[in-house]
Write a protein of this length. Sequence first.
Length: 534
Amino acid sequence: TILILDFGSQYSHLITRRCREHNVYAELLPCTTQLKDINFKPKGIILSGSPYSVYDKDSPHADPAIYELGVPVLGICYGLQEMAWQMKGTVEQCDHREYGFANIKIAKVGGPNPAVDALFEGLGDEMQVWMSHGDQLSAPPPDFHVIGHTPTAPYAALAHASKPFYGIQFHPEVTHSPRGKEVIGRFVLGICGCRKHWTMEEFIGKEIARIRAICGSTGRVIGAVSGGVDSTVAAKLMHEAIGDRFHAIMVDNGVLRLNEGKQVHEMLNNDLGVNLTVVDASDLFLSRLDGIDDPEQKRKIIGNTFINVFEAEAAKIEAAAAEEAQNGDAQGEKKKGRVEWLLQGTLYPDVIESISFKGPSATIKTHHNVGGLLKDMKLKLIEPLRELFKDEVRALGRLLNIPAPLVQRHPFPGPGLAIRILGPVTREQVRILQQADAIYIEEIRRAGLYDQIAQAFAVLLPVRAVGVMGDKRTYEQVIALRAVQSEDFMTADWYVFPPEVLRRISSRITNEVAGVNRVTYDISSKPPATVEWL
Ligand code: XMP
């Protein structure tokens, strides 16, 4: 394991990603973590960047014990300054904040200790890197060699003469540093000597064993599934571990995509063998949404109604399970216990979000989507994906034989079509949007463009537009199409379709979807727009 101490940089999670891309397990913890409080011995430590200045009164500092542990330490940006500051170098404010590309000249030190040059070994004499800093070193600490410099940063990279301590002013974790991933590889694989154990093949075996150990030979688990990648992968993993002692519940909230309930049922239950109950609660959801215009209110209603429905269904399953645990099944055999656990598809970015360092005044956020449930039913959480990033979940899905179209599926928001119907939600509006959206996605798939797009969907606008059909005037609704490319949905660009694809989609929607006479394409990026319209 590589321990990454997070000093609050917006790029900290990317360091974790890059280590994992080298098949090395890395864990991000707040910079205030004391070594005595962690229950593993890292093979190396990376100090992240930070918005702070090491000299600020309230700036965060690393536990000095990290330098006594006998493992390599790499400081990145603030991490370099922190290491230098702790070892009596000097850090000063730059004349100008440096932000952007720079060329770093690599300086080979030579000499008796080859480890001094190990960080940039094989990377040539010069490389392009990304800088983002307001402070920099004005004097390195004693016993450090300069291993890289730029025209503005004479101490852009340092290595200790005899100990495995390294510091770099640039950000190797961002894609703007094209060889940054290799630098991280030199550190974790070469200098720390980590082996490439972090693979999804190994993860499956270990995680199934862990789930079995947690649940024992009789314990049961319930969990919600949506048909999305995360919940499907989590459900399949649970099924592999404990078979039909895992009970999946899918709530049809009436604002799913066309035929989604049926498709999820077929895929999870028939194809993957997961023990699944589909609850059609569309009447309840739509009645509670009746007349509601405000998107935040729609979200709240859908979230709360989901909890009500899920709880009621879970209680039924729990009651049946309790009876069986008491009296045995139809054959009178007692093989299964009570429902004790609730499955949640929490991913690592949510975990990072809740533990990452937000400065001295920030409180740490807790992260339970269905907190109410746990209190009432006294269920304990089981989160098999909490160490994984999204693309690791996809890789896991492929290994678990989940069909490829599902593994690559675009995200779909919990509140579903309700936040894509602008204005009040009615069955008729849902019907129009479902049909238009299905045509849109079908044509994207047919054109072979689905995997190039991060998210595509149709939106139903609350206006009527004039049109003409035959020699008659029409006055009907408008569909807006949205498609974006994005790495992480924090920013997004609108997708440039080949015109003939848009032409076909528009023509099919206006011809096939009763009530729509006009289609528009959304050419806004995020920011300033968001991905969803509401
Ligand atoms: P925005 O609209 O915030 O969307 O740019 C970024 C990503 O988040 C999804 N999204 C949601 N997902 N519940 C969800 O589960 C929501 O209320 C919600 N709102 C937005 C959106 O689809 C996109 O992938």
